[in-house]
Design a protein around this ligand. Sequence first.
Ligand SMILES: [Zn+2]
Length: 81
Amino acid sequence: MSLAPANHMGHAMAQGGVTMPDMPFSVVKRDDLVPRCPHCAQELADVYMRTKGAGFVEGKNVLYFCHHCLKVLGFGQSRMI
Ligand SMILES: [Zn+2]
């Protein structure tokens, strides 16, 4: 039995759906499209956010959540503080 080359990288990495901040994709500005919530599939004309008070959110971290089902959409870094 020989050592197999380590070039068989599977795409099933257990990252838990974490979005990379520096993914190499092109950004197209589409203000005419309304994003939908991945949880309740309703249109997100607005996205709620809060900066503190959630316990696990500290400092300048921003928590974004859907205003329909109030489920968390993601986290961000606020640079306005
Ligand atoms: Zn929702």
